[in-house]
Design a binder for this molecule. Structure first.
Ligand code: ACO
Ligand code: OAA
Length: 371
C-alpha cells in the first residue's frame, strides 16, 4: 500500500460542478472572471444546481424563491437567544443552528430528489439569516426579518445592519459570494460528500461541511488574516512580522494553496475590491499592508495569496465583525456544498478509502491483571 499524505493529487470523484485546470477556475465550464464581473449570486447558485445559466424569468423566480424562504423558524431564533453568544465562535453557533434546522424540517429524512432540491433552497435561504441573526442577537439587538423583494446580498447586509446597504456594499458582498460559491473537491465539500455518500440526510452533510470549513487551514483563514493585519498595525511592521513568522516556522494565513501553483484566480478580484473599499473608508493601510505581505511572501517562498487573503480587508471595510468572516464564507459555500450533495446522491457510491497500518505488529496480549 502507498499513501499520499493529505490525499494530495488524488482524484477522488467525477463532478460537473466546478473545475480547476491550469490555475483557471470555472463553474459548470463558465470562467470565474465572467461570473464575478457579471452575475448575481442567485444566478450562480442556479447555475451550480441546474448546470445551466438561468434566463431572465427563471432567475427572477429563483431569486424570489430564495427570498421568500429566508425567514427562520421561530425555534431557531429562540435557540440563538438561549445561550451566551459572547463566548461562542459564530462558526460553532452556525454549525449547531444548521443542524437544528433539520429538526424543524419534517422532510429532513425524505430522500426524493425533488424534496431534496426544496430543502436545498430552504437551507441556502436560511443560512444567511442565521449568520445575520447571530450577529445582532449577540449585540443585544433583535434579529431583522428578510425582505421578500431584496436580492440575497442586499438582504444579508440589511438583516445584519438593520439598514439599507449602499450599492457598492451590495456589489462587494455579491462578488464575494460569487467568488466563494464552489471550489471543486476542497476539504469541506469533500466532507459533505463523504457524509451523504452513506445516504445520510442533507442536513448532516452541510453540518459536517460547516465544521470542516471552520478550521484555520481552510475557511477559518480569513479571520486569521485580519487578526494578523491588526497585530501588524502599521505598514512598516509588516516585513519584520512576517520574518518572525518564518523564523518560528508559523504559517501565514491567507497564503499558499494545495492546488494553485501560480495564484488563486479569485484573489485578484478581492484585491481590487480591497483597494477600492479601503480607499473609501480612509483605511488604505489594510490594503497596502496586504499587498506588501503578498509580494514579500511570493518573492521569499513562491507562495501565492489565496481567496482568504484579501477577503479579510474587504469584509473589514464593510464593517463586518472579524469572527463573522468565516460564517459569511459558509453562506456562499453552502451553495457549492448543496450542489455537490445533490450530485453525490444522483450517482452515489459509499466513499471509503483505506489506511496503511503503521502501528505495532502482533504485540503479545497481556491480561488486565498483569498489565
Ligand atoms: C479557502 C481555503 O481553504 S484557501 C486556504 C486557506 N488556508 C490558509 O490560508 C492557511 C495557510 N496556508 C496553508 O496552511 C497551506 O498553504 C494550505 C493548507 C492552504 C495548503 O497546504 P498544503 O498543500 O498542505 O501544503 P503544506 O502545508 O504541506 O505546505 C508545504 C510547504 O509550504 C509551506 N507553506 C505553505 N503554506 C504556507 C503559509 N501560508 N505560510 C508559510 N509557509 C507555508 C509549509 O510550511 C511547507 O513548508 P516545508 O515544506 O518547508 O515544511
Ligand atoms: O480548494 C481548496 O483546497 C480550498 C479553497 O480554496 C476553497 O475551498 O475555496
Amino acid at each position: 500500500m502507498t499513501t499520499t499524505k493529505g490525499l494530495e493529487g488524488v482524484v477522488a470523484t467525477q463532478s460537473s460542478i466546478s473545475s480547476i485546470i491550469n490555475d483557471q477556475l470555472t463553474y459548470v465550464g463558465y470562467k470565474i472572471d465572467d461570473l464575478a464581473e457579471n452575475s448575481s449570486f442567485e444566478e450562480v447558485v442556479y447555475l451550480l444546481w441546474n448546470q445551466k445559466l438561468p434566463n431572465k424569468s427563471e432567475l427572477d423566480a429563483f431569486t424570489a424563491e430564495l427570498a421568500t424562504n429566508m425567514e427562520l423558524p421561530e425555534p431557531i431564533i429562540d435557540h440563538l437567544r438561549s445561550y451566551d453568544l459572547s463566548s461562542v465562535h459564530p462558526m460553532a453557533a452556525l454549525r449547531t443552528a444548521i443542524s437544528l434546522l433539520g429538526l424543524h424540517d419534517s422532510e429532513a429524512d425524505v430522500m426524493e430528489e425533488k424534496v431534496n432540491k426544496q430543502k436545498a433552497i430552504r437551507i441556502q435561504a436560511q443560512t444567511s439569516t442565521i449568520v445575520a441573526a447571530f450577529g445582532r442577537i449577540r449585540q443585544g439587538k433583535d434579529p431583522i426579518k428578510p425582505k421578500k423583494d431584496y436580492g440575497y446580498a442586499k438582504n444579508f447586509l440589511y438583516m445584519l445592519n438593520g439598514e439599507d446597504p449602499k450599492d457598492i456594499e451590495i456589489e462587494a458582498i455579491n462578488k464575494a459570494l460569487v467568488l466563494h460559491a464552489d471550489h471543486e473537491l476542497n476539504a469541506s465539500t469533500f466532507t459533505a460528500r463523504v457524509c451523504v455518500a452513506t445516504l445520510s440526510d442533507i442536513y448532516s452533510g452541510v453540518t459536517a461541511a460547516v465544521g470542516a470549513l471552520k478550521g484555520p487551514l481552510h475557511g477559518g483563514a480569513n479571520e486569521g488574516v485580519m487578526k494578523m493585519l491588526t497585530e501588524i498595525g502599521e505598514e512598516e511592521n509588516a516585513i519584520p512580522y512576517i520574518d518572525e513568522k518564518f523564523k518560528n516556522k508559523e504559517k501565514v494565513m491567507g497564503m499558499g494553496h494545495r492546488v494553485y501553483e501560480n495564484g488563486d484566480p479569485r484573489a485578484k478580484h478581492l484585491r481590487r475590491m480591497s483597494k477600492e473599499l479601503t480607499k473609501i473608508t480612509g483605511e488604505d493601510k489594510w490594503y497596502n499592508m496586504s499587498l506588501k505581505i503578498e509580494e514579500y511572501i511570493k518573492e521569499q517562498k513562491g507562495l501565492p495569496a489565496n481567496v482568504d487573503f484579501y477577503s479579510a480587508s474587504v469584509y473589514h471595510s464593510l464593517g463586518i465583525d472579524h469572527d463573522l468572516f468565516t460564517p459569511l464564507f459558509s453562506v456562499s459555500r453552502m451553495s457549492g456544498w448543496l450542489a455537490h450533495i445533490l450530485e453525490q446522491y444522483d450517482n452515489n457510491r459509499l466513499i471509503r478509502p483505506r489506511a496503511e497500518y503503521v502501528g505495532p505488529e502482533s504485540p503479545e496480549y497481556v491480561s488486565i491483571e498483569k498489565r
